[in-house]
Design a binder for this molecule. Structure first.
Ligand SMILES: [Zn+2]
Ligand SMILES: [Zn+2]
Length: 304
């Protein structure tokens, strides 16, 4: 199976603690890196992860709260010091380019690479990135300011050719691509060899979804169906339900209800409030609803 990994760089919330870095993650799909949010300290954590800086060309920012984007200036500046020449694309809700441009002009006017901003509308689902192997789609969330989650969906891969069968039927090389994509083979004598005799299916495409920050929003369940791994914020325990509502955040049990409703394979919770010295209370409450839950933590790597 080809590489599809989630690296947690930081999973704290707005108030800093000695236990957590602010929110940032990296998705590694077949050695292409995609950063999600870039809280303070993200570049230090990226260094620790030993992921290659040069393989990171796209950063997705969920919303313009500091704990999700204060790390950008440092990261952009360091990329410059490291001699980066490849364009860096930053996808975010409206407003980031306007905010960062004066800072870039002041601190990073000698950058040898371009920072290209792409802004999206957080109120609707849209594909914000696509290449041969995957798409990234926004998941509209509801927070105190415009905010989106992201769905990373691998594209279906062509079937695998069964070499012995292809040799047996003397299938010409120029037919192989069509067969990989599902066509039957017709021999020169007119005999139809059905595709299933010539190929075996490739591994099913995998999906990762990131939802932070948001109030409990059961409507997103539909978009999350078929997701293998879901990261959902779980800022508070159930005793802080009112506070969660007030601040447009989610409790651990609510995050688990999203996972359960969507039928995801695994849930990882994070964006922990600084008040929890021991986050096992959050794990306990989430696991009671959705057993296959784990706590995010710095430097954790999950393979999909
Ligand atoms: Zn936050
Ligand atoms: Zn926020």
């Amino acid at each position: 199976m080809e590489k599809f990994e989630l690296h947690i760089l930081g999973c704290g919330s707005a108030l800093p603690t000695t236990r957590h870095f602010a929110t940032s993650q990296v998705v590694n799909l077949r050695d292409k890196l995609f950063m999600i949010d870039c809280g303070e300290g993200a570049q230090m954590q990226l260094r620790k992860s030993r992921l290659k800086f040069s393989r990171l060309n796209h950063i997705f920012i969920s919303h313009l709260h500091g704990d999700h984007c204060f790390g950008l200036m440092g990261l952009i500046s360091t990329f410059g010091l490291l001699g980066r020449t490849a364009e860096l694309h930053i996808h975010s809700p409206k407003g980031l380019e306007e905010l960062l441009t004066p800072m870039l002009n002041f601190f990073c006017h000698t950058l040898a690479y371009k920072v290209i901003f792409h802004e999206f509308d957080t109120r609707q689902t849209s594909v914000v990135y696509e290449d041969r192997s995957m798409t990234v789609t926004t998941i509209p969330l509801q927070h105190r300011i415009p905010c989106c989650g992201f769905l990373f969906a691998e594209k279906a891969r062509p079937n695998h050719i069964i070499r012995d069968m292809v040799d047996f039927y003397k299938v010409p090389v120029y037919e192989l691509n069509r067969i990989k994509n599902g066509s039957d083979y017709v021999t020169p004598e007119g005999e139809v060899i059905v595709n299933t005799r010539l190929t075996r299916p490739s591994d099913p495409p995998r999906k990762y979804a990131y939802c932070s920050d948001t109030i409990f929003r059961p409507e997103i369940v539909e978009q999350l169906s078929g997701v293998d791994l879901l990261f959902h914020e779980a800022t508070f325990a159930e005793s802080e339900l009112a506070r969660a509502k007030e601040t447009y955040h989610t409790t651990a049990a609510q995050a688990a209800r999203i996972a359960l409703g969507a039928g995801v394979r695994q849930l990882v919770i994070g964006h922990f409030s600084a008040r929890y010295e021991d986050e096992n209370i959050l794990l306990k409450e989430a696991s009671a609803v959705f057993p296959n839950t784990i706590l995010a933590k710095e430097n954790l790597c999950i393979s999909l």
